[in-house]
Design a protein around this ligand. Structure first.
Ligand SMILES: [Ca+2]
Ligand SMILES: [Ca+2]
Ligand SMILES: [Ca+2]
Length: 280
């Protein structure tokens, strides 16, 4: 089973305008936490896309490519942010969404669909980006949010909601995308940020916060979305990027380098959000 031995939980966060339109290709922030830790036995990940009409569509992905798309829900167009991860610990990813009034809502997901939404926070409307992942190492999904002032703030997950938030970084306001996952192979969730110049910078996770950032790519500015997830089944986070023409390009990643990119599919240009996780 893919979950066995996974220390991280696949998470995604996407940031888009309240109207459901990307802020812009340059400013849109797409955040993802990918699986981390032990080797995955098989390729088993879902790409969830929000359509222009607010539907959530699940596209299961396996070694043979994308399977039959499944409609997960509708009415998601007004959400200003979406995160995927197993927030309730039942082994299936859920979605946390920030609604138009800034409330953070947990939508538990099961094989029979979404359960009743639970409000888990308020006042999140001013956040300019969010990523989810186990940043504290306790096996529970936490959220890291970027404030309007460019601070990164960690909201540790507790059974009752979130514990006391703490600042883990500053000066992140200029980043045009954030994704999270284990990009170093140590089983800890790292953050990859895209600078305004189109560089990808890896911020390795350390107990105290982040270590010295390392440039792992350039020329990424034209991409209109970045999603992290283990699309190759080796346990390492890969990056899925959407081009300006709506193609999805997989950049297989192993610690410290990318393999040869390959086009997975086309026609995603109109989607207003993309998430990776385990929903099927
Ligand atoms: Ca769950
Ligand atoms: Ca945690
Ligand atoms: Ca790491």
């Amino acid at each position: 089973m893919y979950r066995a031995g996974w220390r991280g939980i696949p998470l995604v966060l996407l940031r888009f305008a309240a109207a459901g339109v990307l802020l812009s290709s340059a400013l849109s922030v797409w955040l993802v936490v990918a699986p981390s830790g032990a080797q995955a036995a098989t390729i088993d990940i879902d790409l969830v896309a929000r359509t222009a009409s607010g539907d959530l569509i699940d596209h299961p992905y396996t070694s043979t490519g994308f399977g039959t798309a499944i409609k997960m829900g509708h009415g998601w167009g007004g959400m200003t942010a979406l995160l995927a991860g197993d927030f309730n610990g039942d082994g299936i990813d859920d979605i946390v969404a920030c609604n138009a009034t800034g409330n953070l809502m947990l939508y538990p997901y099961t094989s029979s669909g979404f359960g009743t939404a639970v409000k888990i926070g308020s006042g999140w409307g001013s956040m300019t980006a969010m990523v989810a992942g186990d940043f504290t190492g306790d096996g529970k999904v936490d959220i890291v949010a970027r404030s309007a002032a460019g601070y990164l703030i960690l909201y540790p997950h507790t059974p009752a909601g979130f514990g006391t938030p703490r600042r883990i970084g500053n000066g992140w306001g200029g980043m045009t995308a954030l994704i999270a996952g284990d990009f170093t192979g140590d089983g800890k969730v790292d953050i990859v940020a895209r600078t305004a110049a189109g560089f990808l910078m890896l911020y390795p996770h350390t107990p105290a916060g982040f270590g010295t950032p390392v440039k792992i790519g350039n020329g990424w500015a034209p991409m209109t979305a970045l999603v992290a997830g283990d699309f190759t089944g080796d346990g390492n986070a890969d990056i899925l990027a959407r081009t300006s023409t709506g193609d999805l390009i997989l950049y297989p990643h192993v610690p410290k380098k990318f393999g040869t990119p390959r086009k997975l599919t086309t026609g995603y240009g109109t989607m207003t959000a993309l998430l990776a996780g385990h929903f099927s």
